[in-house]
Ligand binder design. Structure first.
Ligand SMILES: [Mn+2]
Length: 470
């Protein structure tokens, strides 16, 4: 039995041992964390094990202070990188950690089952998500949990583990499980958001990484391009969606988009353009045809919105299968989410973006305008916005009580060229005594407000160095 299965098996056995005891699941408040909690919670339900589920953003010292160890606590999609903080309260208690973040070594205790990808020589950044780790435990618990692979896949996409255009490592095993169970269909397609849920011209209008001249942000431009390409907008009185197009139509559309992007993309990024337009996509076969949950990546975005607005329980219940009251509440939240984005963008438009000392980084300060939990979403949207430079990294921040919460985003093209903002932000935050990390194209940090100028300068410098080395 592989090391992975051996430790997953030990976790499963621990869960069985605590069948009639107090069990609590604590998960990360993001898309992957919500998916991870759904996987483990369904597995526990199926064993008839009662449990509570709780979400936290980070296991900062003060957060751990407020937690009360249950007889068995299962941490999913977090825990490994804050073992020192956790050990203060949890050492001596029974704990399972199912995580894919870099572990904080040297703070383990005998009652801990530490199921972490990196500890088994697996690249947790890329090859497996928190939901995937939870899935391997669920699968050891019972063979019938193999159908949870589709939720684990949603978690991986929520953590942008397909950023190179396809899934790798253990994520491919999870995808195979889901496909084998008939729950997921994998295709090579245009990477438009809303393949199943939006009219094609709408999906095109919203595509902005990289921006497509005459298409991104231009409904009229989209309509006239589709006319030129002889791709009908409607079939009968229904708007056609990307999934309604024939292969020939898709090929025509893809070459046109790529040709247009070449017009504005900096030459050093040009070779990465095709991979940012076409790639692997996954559909969930059991979902309604035009639902926001039909495309696995859109499903992940829904979970992400619930976490961003601190309503992860909505995402949890939807991921566990609810299509009633929680699902409707989630749809309402997503509408609210879209309005918030529009207001945030108006604010950025009115104040404009500032630049880092080397004129590479662009940033905005939305203190007093948006909630700090929303700064990441707004930063993502601002990246593709007409007043920003889409080919340079962008930072959004909110200050409160002397602390600055920072989010950073960059185009997938920069990542494909060698930029890893997650590593850069971690180093820059550390330099000024703060904490940071995340993905190559989407990450965040928390630092003391007074160190902001120093942080921005350091962050910019590290990113420019990364690019210079490629
Ligand atoms: Mn994760």
């Amino acid at each position: 039995m592989s090391l992975l299965r051996r430790i997953a098996n030990r976790a499963a056995q621990t869960i069985r041992d605590f069948r009639n005891r107090e069990v609590e699941v604590i998960s990360h408040m993001d898309a992957d964390g919500v998916a991870a909690a759904a996987v483990i919670s369904l597995a526990l339900d199926r064993e008839g094990i009662e449990h509570r589920v709780k979400f936290v953003r980070m296991l900062y010292r003060e957060v751990v202070e407020d937690l009360e160890p249950a007889e068995l606590t299962i941490f999913t999609d977090l825990g490994s990188s804050q073992l020192e903080n956790l050990s203060r309260k949890y050492s001596g208690h029974h704990v399972i950690i199912a995580d894919h973040h870099l572990p904080d070594a040297g703070f383990e205790w005998p009652e801990l089952v530490h199921f972490n990808a990196h500890r088994m020589g697996i690249d947790g950044m890329q090859d497996i998500s928190g939901a995937g780790m939870a899935y391997f435990i669920a699968r050891e618990l019972s063979g019938k949990n193999k159908d949870l692979a589709s939720i684990a896949l949603v978690g991986a996409l929520g953590d942008v583990q397909n950023a190179w255009g396809s899934l790798t490592g253990l994520n491919t095993e999870i995808a195979s499980d889901a496909i084998e169970m008939g729950l997921v269909k994998k295709e090579h397609d245009l990477l438009l958001y809303g393949r199943h849920s939006r009219p094609l011209f709408k999906a095109l209008e919203n595509f902005n990484d990289p921006p497509i001249p005459g298409v991104s942000g231009s409904p009229a431009g989209c309509v006239s391009m589709l006319k030129q390409l002889d791709i009908p907008l409607k079939s009968g009185d229904r708007w056609r969606r990307l999934v309604d197009l024939s292969l020939a139509e898709k090929q025509k559309l893809a070459s046109e988009l790529i040709a247009r992007i070449f017009l504005t993309v900096p030459p050093e990024l040009a070779s990465y353009v095709p991979r940012s337009i076409m790639g692997e996509v996954y559909s969930l076969t059991q979902e309604e045809d035009n639902s926001l949950l039909k495309d696995a990546e859109e499903f992940a975005t829904c979970l992400n919105s619930t976490a961003r607005h601190e309503q992860p329980v909505l995402g949890l219940e939807v991921a566990k299968g609810d299509r009633g009251v929680y699902y409707r509440a989630m749809l309402r939240l997503i509408r609210y989410h879209r309005r918030q984005i529009a207001q945030g963008l108006e604010f950025i438009e009115s104040t404009g973006l500032s630049e880092g000392p080397r004129k590479y980084l662009q940033y905005f300060d939305a203190t007093g305008v948006i909630k700090e939990t929303f700064v990441g979403t707004l930063t993502s949207m601002a990246l593709g916005y007409q007043y920003s430079n889409p080919f340079r990294p962008i930072v959004g921040l909110v200050r409160s009580d002397g602390v600055a919460k920072i989010s950073a985003r960059c185009s997938k093209l920069l990542f494909l060229r060698g930029l890893n903002m997650g590593l850069a932000i971690r180093e820059a935050a550390k330099k000024v005594g703060g904490e940071g990390g995340g993905h190559a194209v989407a990450c965040g940090a928390q630092i003391e407000e007074k160190f902001l100028p120093e942080f921005l300068s350091k962050f910019e410098e590290i990113m420019l160095n990364q690019l210079a080395q490629h």
